[in-house]
Design a protein around this ligand. Structure first.
Ligand SMILES: C[S@@+](CC[C@H](N)C(=O)[O-])C[C@H]1O[C@@H](n2cnc3c(N)ncnc32)[C@H](O)[C@@H]1O
Length: 236
């Protein structure tokens, strides 16, 4: 928010209202997309996004800021990615320079923009001309986990992507377990699913074995999830 003179706390945030029409209204929240965008950690509600400056900031003929409050595209990117789907219509009743419309187009959404100032409206029109989606829809959406087909670890073994007797380890190479022909793992004193053995060796209550266990592949340590993704891609 703008900073006013005076001895007081520096304004350092703006509040974004995230609301639905009423308590029974359906709404979209792309939890997986937000988690993925945040390095696999649930996205926090406080976001640090720099102001719109540099080449992104639209200038007028005199080289001055064309609009006093042009929003950063990164802010709209996160907002739109979190709460809409490809093809949805987004309404921005205060369009300004058209940031919402620009990012909506990039992410293959549609938009309706209202702007009462003729100059700003012209600026937005010009900006929005020719903006195309960044990529095809499959690259712009994150499938929800439940939408993805379940792949049992046994299928990876059955298909020979990992073989009975092969050794798996964690990323820090602190623990090892061997693959069994029936799609379970054997650690020194324990046998069970990739998740159970992962939890057991770490003395943890739970573990995502697909992410925890790794295997040496061409001199690289890769998560076994790679094989699950391969089988999923084949099913698609
Ligand atoms: C905060 S700015 C929006 C900036 C915009 N998000 C951007 O990135 O450029 C608000 C805009 O709403 C416009 N506006 C204010 N009242 C309006 C109204 N009643 N109808 C249409 N536009 C309006 C103003 O002219 C101004 O450009």
């Amino acid at each position: 928010m703008p900073n006013f003179r005076g001895r007081r706390f520096t304004n350092a945030h703006e509040t974004l209202i995230w609301a639905a029409r009423d308590k029974d209204a359906k709404y979209r929240f792309n939890y997986e997309a937000m988690k993925t965008l945040n390095d696999d950690l649930q996205m926090r509600s406080d976001w640090t996004i720099p102001l719109c400056t540099g080449a992104e900031r639209l200038k007028n003929a005199e080289g001055k800021k064309a609009h006093p409050t042009q929003k950063p595209e990164a802010l709209l990117y996160r907002t739109i990615l979190s709460s809409t789907d490809v093809g949805d219509v987004i309404l921005d009743p205060f369009l300004g320079t058209g940031t919402t419309g620009a990012v909506a187009r990039m992410l293959d959404r549609r938009y309706i923009g209202l702007e009462r100032d003729e100059e700003y409206a012209a600026l937005a029109r010009e900006r929005l001309t020719g903006i195309e989606p960044l990529a095809e829809p499959s690259l712009l959406t994150t499938p929800a986990k439940r939408e993805q087909p379940r792949i049992p670890f046994g299928w990876v073994v059955e298909r020979g992507l990992l073989k009975a007797g092969q050794t798996l380890t964690d990323q820090q190479r602190r623990h090892t377990a061997r693959v069994r022909a029936d799609g379970t793992l054997s650690a020194a004193d324990f046998r069970g699913s990739i998740h159970q053995v992962g939890a057991h060796v770490q003395k943890a209550p739970a573990c995502n074995g697909w992410q925890f266990w790794h295997v040496e592949l061409d001199d690289n340590l890769v998560p076994i999830d790679l094989f699950r993704q391969k089988l999923r891609a084949e099913l698609h």
